[in-house]
Design a protein around this ligand. Structure first.
Ligand code: FAD
Length: 390
């Protein structure tokens, strides 16, 4: 593999093994299986109840539910129908001058016609050698293409290619109609790219005129909750590009999940508070708009500045002061002890003071901390916010 900064020449399988080990070292789970079906969970398998998100059906029949999905299923290359071409693929029949050009520099190079973009592709290959020949069917080159090829001394052979001659497991020549052979050390072929996008189109993702699924800057598709990265939507993506797109999509997905978590937390807590100015040290002192639902527009920026000055800055109630905390504890402890005393008073009187204190503390402390304190804190927060509003 070439073109991945710091990993030049690494076998692709090693990169994958390293990546998997890194994911697993952070607790990630890798399931080796194909995804045969991907459906929005509201059209769940077997008519099951809607739970939101997506259901994936794996090759072994297992079902996996996910709140968000990143599809990175890549593409495959379709080659021109020339006998022997596929057998030499990725050896001396090459598809990418950026990936493999350096390795065949200054050699006798060929370029096989595969559509009107081939002359421009030959111009890129020309950077690697002074001896480049384009094999092209008769009468397909435009005058302008011909002029540009000749200008850079790219040879033009107008004939059908019928096969390749391989000697000692190495490409020796390109065979033309009529048996003529043109010696070449490597043959570049611009493939036809076929995206593995059926999982995306099955969900209804929008495509462009050429049938490629369209995405936004972070890989978001037209289907809410579904992202895509790499060759499945971008045929030009190399390994480093695909990895970068995956990273951008991952950050956007995380932001989207956090936004959803914030929304559901607000729903659980109750009615949304009105605007409140945060005067704590270090805060930007911004008042949130009463029309702004927190999390609706989660920013993917990690810049502290952009967060501090965001118009959607979160109205928060600070932690209680020492006095407020003491009052809250007293408000919790007093009624708790009263209730315990009323309920168990007679029984407690029969015990020694030490045992009585121990039993009271064992029963009262967990009730106060886990039961009553959060409730009281919530009531206090509402009171503080209401006071701030008025
Ligand atoms: C011969 C050749 C040489 C290349 N050399 C280089 C190079 O030197 N440097 C470079 O940067 N790039 C190179 N590339 C390009 C590189 O391979 C791609 O840029 C890169 O692999 C794209 O990554 P991707 O994750 O988008 O797709 P892929 O790497 O193709 O990964 C997609 C994965 O999804 C899996 N998949 C597909 N459908 C499903 C499904 N339904 N369920 C589960 N899994 C599924 C596939 O099996 C595959 O493992 C080369 C390509 C070729 C063909």
């Amino acid at each position: 593999m070439h073109g991945f900064l710091s990993r030049d020449g690494m076998p692709p399988a090693d990169l994958i093994a390293l990546g998997r080990a890194e994911v697993e070292s952070y607790g990630g789970i890798i399931v080796c299986s194909t995804v045969d079906d991907l459906l929005a969970a509201d059209q769940g398998f077997d008519g099951g109840p809607s739970i939101g998100g997506f259901n994936a059906r794996l090759g072994d029949g297992t079902r996996v539910h996910a709140r968000r999905v990143l599809v990175a299923t890549g593409m495959h290359d379709e080659l021109p129908q020339v006998p022997g071409l596929r057998e030499r693929w990725a050896r001396d029949v090459l598809h990418c001058p950026y990936c493999h050009g350096y390795e065949v520099r200054d050699q006798r190079l060929g370029v096989l016609w595969n559509g009107p973009g081939t002359p421009d592709y030959a111009q890129i290959v020309r950077q690697w050698s002074d001896d480049v020949v384009l094999f092209v069917p008769r009468d397909v080159l435009t005058p302008s293409q011909r002029t540009r090829l000749v200008a850079r001394a790219i040879g033009i052979v107008e004939s059908a290619v019928t096969g390749l001659t391989v000697v000692d497991d190495t490409l020796s020549s390109v065979t033309l109609e009529g048996g003529r052979e043109v010696h070449r050390d490597a043959l570049f072929v611009p493939p036809t790219f076929c995206a593995h996008s059926s999982l995306l189109t099955q969900l209804g993702a929008a495509t462009d005129d050429a049938g490629w699924v369209t995405t936004g800057k972070s890989g978001d598709t037209s289907v809410s909750g579904v992202w895509a990265a790499g060759n499945v939507t971008n045929p030009r993506a190399q390994v480093i590009t695909a990895a970068g797109e995956g990273s951008a999509a991952a950050i956007a997905i995380n932001a989207d999940l956090v936004a959803e978590d914030v929304r559901s937390a607000i729903e659980q807590v109750g009615p949304r508070p009105g605007p409140i100015t945060d005067h704590r040290p270090g805060s930007a002192g911004m008042a949130a708009s009463p029309d702004t639902t927190e999390g609706d527009t989660m920013s993917t920026s990690s810049s502290p500045t952009s967060r501090a000055t965001s118009p959607t800055a979160t109205p928060r109630v600070g932690p209680p002061s020492k006095h407020a905390l003491a009052l809250m504890i007293w408000l919790c402890v007093f009624p708790t002890l009263t209730v315990i005393n009323l309920a168990l008073g007679d029984w407690l009187k029969t015990m020694s003071p030490v045992l009585r204190t121990f039993i009271l503390a064992t029963v009262a402390v967990p009730i106060v901390i886990y039961g009553l304190m959060p409730q009281l804190h919530r009531v206090r927060s509402r009171l503080v916010m209401r006071t701030a509003r008025s």
